[in-house]
Design a protein around this ligand. Structure first.
Ligand code: HEC
Length: 275
């Protein structure tokens, strides 16, 4: 696989930030909303009755799932030019090619090598769910081959958000773990945030909020762990979500006028803790 140098750098930077994020959350030793100042609410003990270790495992699992879904989105994003080559009917972006790139991106961003899942030092629950998400992501790419090969189909139909929505829906059907892409002003009303997601998105939108820092909480009432993983624009996202604001992009939606590196929304993960 070859990514442009810029992408490799960005991936490395993201991996560093991510490690920082994990350390900061563990150091806080709390599960609750992190405040926008990046200070943990140390006094807020979870009242869910779930052992602390279990909560940490659920949080790690949720974060890794979000990274994997976002890695898939980014692989689609990086291959968009290939997908869009109208004259080339056989584009070679098969489910297997996708999988190799997905595993590489995920490895560099999370430090976890899914090719060697046995020896990965992550919760057993995470291993099972990550494997499942790779599987459904591959299925989505395999089934999109018709769209990918149709002239012009790649760009308008099989884009990161469409891949993400399909993989998320299928994953939720099979695992009961909910994955969702959301933003404050969604193009697709299906992606509209609920109250919890909106609060987190507003926090991410504050330019002083630390990059890549996830927000998570355990809600005793619903018996689930919720995690919000922020997304940022790369140059390629800006083709559709950047300037000139208000002008239609190639998919027919008005551009949002986002800038490079700006928060563009989040992936929301909900893992049921109690049956
Ligand atoms: C080819 C144009 C295109 C590109 C490139 C693109 N998007 Fe989108 N994006 C869309 C469209 C169209 C939707 C709405 C899809 C739907 O109907 O569900 C969308 C939806 C989203 C959503 C879900 C919320 C919403 O608005 O419905 C997020 C978050 C998002 N995009 C972020 C990104 C990021 C980050 C990138 C780069 C990694 C990116 N997009 C690249 C066109 C694009």
């Amino acid at each position: 696989m070859s990514f442009p140098p810029y992408t490799r750098n960005r991936v490395a930077v993201m991996a560093n930030r991510l490690r920082w994020g994990i350390v900061s959350i563990l150091a806080c030793a709390v599960v609750g909303w992190a405040s926008s100042e990046g200070v943990c609410a140390k006094d807020r003990q979870p009242d869910s009755g779930v052992p602390y270790q279990t909560i940490l495992e659920f949080e790690t699992t949720a974060r890794l799932l979000a990274i994997l879904l976002d890695s898939g989105r980014n692989v689609i994003n990086e291959n968009q030019v290939v997908l869009d080559e109208q004259e080339k009917m056989e584009k070679g972006f098969t489910a297997d090619v996708f999988e190799q790139q997905l595993l590489d991106v995920f490895h560099s961003r999370s430090g976890t090598d899914l090719r060697d899942l046995e020896s990965a030092r992550i919760p057993a629950r995470a291993k099972k769910l990550l494997k499942e998400l790779v599987l459904v992501s591959k299925q989505v790419v395999a089934e999109a081959q018709v769209e990918i090969k149709r002239p012009g189909g790649g760009y308008t139909e099989f884009i990161p958000a469409i891949f993400g929505a399909r993989a998320a829906t299928r994953f939720t059907e099979r695992t009961h773990v909910r994955l969702k892409q959301t933003s404050l002003a969604p193009r697709n009303p299906m992606n509209a945030p609920d109250a919890v997601e909106r609060t987190a998105l507003e926090t991410f939108a504050d330019p002083s909020y630390p990059l890549e820092k996830v927000i998570s909480e355990i809600t005793a009432k619903s018996g689930s762990l919720r995690l919000m993983f922020p997304l940022y624009t790369t140059r390629k996202c800006l083709d559709c979500h950047g300037d000139p604001k208000g002008e239609l992009d190639r998919t027919g939606y008005p551009r949002e006028g986002l800038q490079f590196g700006q928060n563009a929304g989040a992936i929301s993960v909900v893992i049921p803790i109690r049956p």
